[in-house]
Design a protein around this ligand. Structure first.
Ligand SMILES: *Cc1c(COP(=O)(O)O)cnc(C)c1O
Length: 397
């Protein structure tokens, strides 16, 4: 039986209430600018994650940019940033003319290595060039090991920006991801766990800072009847329509996390039979939101990540490599990089070389998930995998 239904890595999944919030905006002609949905969305996210102040913005990238601005980062400043991430984590460092220093991952969560961070702090402190901020990324829905990271940053008095673009709803030791650092950012881009089609949010317990960001993000209009500007402005606010989508989405966040977790657990149960496959590790420091299910393949496996990606593609199924670390990007060649324990081969590069992000779309049925598993199982058998018997259902796929 051939089934060519397209399966996605992660696609928008509406909950049902979104259209109602948009309709309200239309009915009251609150199409733009800002409006009640924006205020409500900000309040509801603040309640969901437990934080004092929030600013709804046009993207997660804009939120990182504003966090850097409000921390006073400018030309020539140093900012530390996780290397294993999407480029949007560090591009705003360049927007402000500052200099990124990339920090490797540790193997337990794939997030920022406290060891590499500590060594970088020692070096830059000795040179009298301490960073003005550390951007810690919570990759694929799992929090970094924030306690040791926060300890180090506190000792050197360096503020933390938590890039929680991928980890909304996750927690670390009971505290919501994105609220542990001085600032946190979320993304509502189309492939994130919830989406506004495009959007982001900056969160903090520093209410003054969030107020300032809202001012900058609406073109820095001074309190005057005419248009007067004493500061550089940005057009970074979220529209009232998109905030309506966000309000609907927020109502299904818990459900989406449960669905994502089921996808991860199903892959984990089935791939347990293939010793060459390892699931992305989940630390017992918290609950991830399981945004993407990611596997790594043993170095000496006959099946390589690209084999899986190409095979799934034949069946109209989307998968992709792990983020290529920033220290390996042509754009960022030449900036400093600190590896975990000073190892010659970085942890992040190893994960990049061996990892595959599998379809993690919450609209997949159980049968769809098993279609993916079957195709991968078949590939392993084809490539001569021997081991515990793996089941292939010929009827599926
Ligand atoms: C998606 C993402 C961003 C950027 O968010 P946008 O809303 O797309 O600008 C930043 N950091 C990480 C880790 C992301 O995955």
């Amino acid at each position: 039986m051939s089934n060519n239904k397209k399966l996605y890595l992660a696609s928008p999944h509406m909950g049902g209430m979104e259209a109602q919030f948009i309709k309200e905006a239309f009915d009251t002609n609150w199409i733009a600018p800002l409006g009640p949905n924006v205020d409500a969305f900000e309040r509801e996210v603040a309640e969901t994650v437990g934080v004092k102040a929030t600013a709804a913005l046009s993207s997660g990238t804009a939120a990182i940019h504003m966090a850097l601005k409000v921390l006073g980062i400018g030309r020539g400043d140093i900012v530390f940033c996780s290397s294993l991430t999407f480029a949007a984590s560090c591009n705003p460092i360049i927007y402000e003319g500052a200099e990124p220093v990339f920090i490797d991952s540790e193997p337990e969560t794939w997030n920022m290595s406290p060891n590499a961070l500590e060594r970088a702090m020692e070096d830059y402190s000795r040179e009298g060039r301490l960073p003005k901020a550390v951007i810690v990324v919570n990759l694929y829905g799992q929090s970094a090991d924030m306690d040791p990271i926060a300890d180090i940053c506190k000792r050197y008095k360096v503020p933390i920006i938590e890039d929680a673009a991928e980890s909304l709803g996750a927690d670390y030791k009971g505290i919501k991801s994105g609220t542990i650092g001085d600032f946190g950012i979320y993304s509502f881009n189309g492939n994130k766990i919830i989406t506004t089609s495009g959007g982001g949010m900056l969160v903090s317990n520093n209410e003054e800072a969030i107020k300032k960001v809202k001012f900058w993000a609406t073109q820095s209009r001074d309190a005057a009847r005419h248009y007067q500007h004493s500061e550089l402005g940005y057009n970074y606010r979220l529209s009232n329509i998109l905030a309506g989508i966000g309000r609907g989405q927020l109502r299904v966040l818990v459900q989406r996390i449960a669905e994502k977790k089921n996808i991860y657990e199903t892959y984990k149960k089935e791939f347990n039979k293939i010793k060459d496959i390892e699931m992305m590790p989940i630390s017992n420091n918290g609950q991830p939101n399981y945004w993407l299910s990611v596997i790594t393949l043993n170095k000496d496996s006959n099946v390589k990540p690209i084999d899986i990606i190409l095979e799934l593609e034949k069946y109209n199924i989307e998968s992709r490599p792990v983020w290529k670390p920033m220290h390996l990007q042509p754009m960022f060649i030449g900036y400093s990089f600190y590896t975990h324990h000073g190892l010659e081969n970085s942890v992040s590069e190893d994960i990049f070389n061996r990892g595959v992000c599998l379809p993690s779309d919450t609209k997949m049925t159980e049968e769809d998930i098993y279609r993916v598993i079957n195709i991968i199982n078949k590939l392993f058998i084809l490539k001569g995998f021997e081991g515990e018997k793996i089941h292939v259902d010929e009827k599926v796929s």
